[in-house]
Design a protein around this ligand. Structure first.
Ligand SMILES: [Zn+2]
Length: 391
């Protein structure tokens, strides 16, 4: 990549904006006017994701994704929308903002935690030796985005067992995508098109935080603590209601409605395609600030509390709404805690609950999918009626 002197406009907008919160930063960048681009370096760019902060509009989708990164206990995020609404772009763009975690240095995924809970036999012989010598089994690394390929088999997802005799138990499990997703984000595009057995395995693993592979008398359990992000196009098939219920936050992603926003979105996509590195440079300072905010919010989260009286009142409201699922409250409260953490506070307020309520509570009681398909069918009929006398 070539480098060039920053444009005067870029210098006026340097690193270190005094943003108090992640929300302020999001608002600032959403309304930001970019300096003109110089189309120099171009098409040789590596696969660099479109910057998260440069996605025009779609505030609720961006907020839901950030809350999911800050607090994995929200229980997954489902993005519902037709094609071309930047769902996959937004998920991939999270790469720039992902916080730090601890990661195993071993291909079998051994960690210190497993030795502490299960003894030396819980890890592979090489790691047992390392542990005995006081060497680390894990290192600090960033949270990763693991994408489920569309043609993945059940074995690819849950892992399989190597039947060779004499192998240490730890080494007999071929780790699947679920094991790789531990402490990461797992993204499933078009989740409504996946075979049921795969969806069920993933949702069980996400809910339990562990998964057990069984083959004959052999079984092995591994950690699967990941934030699940699913996307679906409701025009291409429904999602079973029990699956819908397993997602903590649900975002209805619509295309941009405002002409000025659509023009700005077009302008940014074009600028990015013509000169990805130059485009990314314009966001570098804001992305670094946002990544630091996400990390700070994640570090603050354990201290964030929800007062009992507020929680009691909120539970009464969900009952009034006719929502039975306990998952609704868990998602709602955990999202509100993440929102308070992102706002640099350690106590949830009623306002926090109000902001995140639609994402957590929608589609819990209504037969949204049925309504959606009924509306589509009605539309088809209307079109046919309007065309009936066409000669
Ligand atoms: Zn190992």
């Amino acid at each position: 990549m070539t480098t060039s002197a920053p444009s005067p406009e870029a210098e006026k907008d340097p690193i270190g904006h005094p943003f108090r919160t992640l929300q302020e930063l999001l608002d600032h960048v959403s309304g930001k006017n970019l300096p003109p681009l110089t189309p120099e370096e171009s098409l040789l760019a590596d696969r660099t994701p479109f910057p998260f902060l440069s996605i025009v509009g779609q505030r609720e989708m961006k907020l839901a994704l950030l809350l999911g990164v800050i607090n994995p206990h929200i229980g997954g995020i489902l993005l519902i929308g037709t094609r071309g609404t930047a769902k996959t772009t937004a998920v991939r763009a999270l790469l720039d903002l992902l916080p730090a975690t601890r990661r195993s240095l071993c291909v079998y995924g051994c960690t210190e935690e497993e030795v502490e809970h299960g003894g030396m036999d819980a890890v592979c012989p090489a790691c047992a030796k390392k542990y005995g010598e006081g060497r680390p089994l894990t290192a600090r690394d960033r949270v990763r985005l693991v994408e489920l390929p569309l043609n993945a088999t059940l074995d690819d997802v849950v892992g399989s067992v190597d039947r060779r005799e004499g192998l240490h138990e730890r080494m007999r499990v071929r780790r699947g995508l679920l094991a790789q997703a531990d402490r990461n984000l797992l993204y499933i595009d078009e989740i409504n098109l996946l075979p049921n057995e795969i969806v069920d395995a993933i949702l069980d693993a996400a809910a339990q935080g562990v998964y057990t592979v069984r083959r004959g008398t052999f079984s092995a359990t591994y950690h699967t603590r990941f934030t699940l992000i699913g996307s679906m196009n409701p025009e291409e098939g429904r999602l079973r209601p029990q699956i819908l219920d397993r997602f903590g936050l649900r975002v209805l992603v619509r295309g941009l409605q405002n002409a000025a926003e659509r023009l700005e979105a077009y302008r940014r996509v074009r600028a990015y395609r013509e000169s990805p590195h130059a485009f990314l440079r314009q966001y570098a300072a804001d992305l670094a600030a946002a990544a630091a905010e996400v990390q700070a919010a994640r570090d603050r989260l354990p201290q964030v509390t929800l007062p009992d009286d507020l929680a009691t009142e909120a539970i009464a409201r969900t009952q009034e709404m006719g929502i039975d699922s306990l998952r609704a409250e868990i998602a709602w409260f955990e999202a509100a805690r993440a929102y308070a953490a992102a706002d640099a506070r350690t106590e949830v307020t009623a306002a926090d609950l109000q902001v995140v309520a639609p994402m957590a509570l929608r589609l819990r009681r209504s037969a949204f999918m049925d309504d959606y398909f009924t509306a589509r069918r009605d539309e088809e009929e209307t079109i046919q009626q309007l065309l009936a006398d066409l000669k």
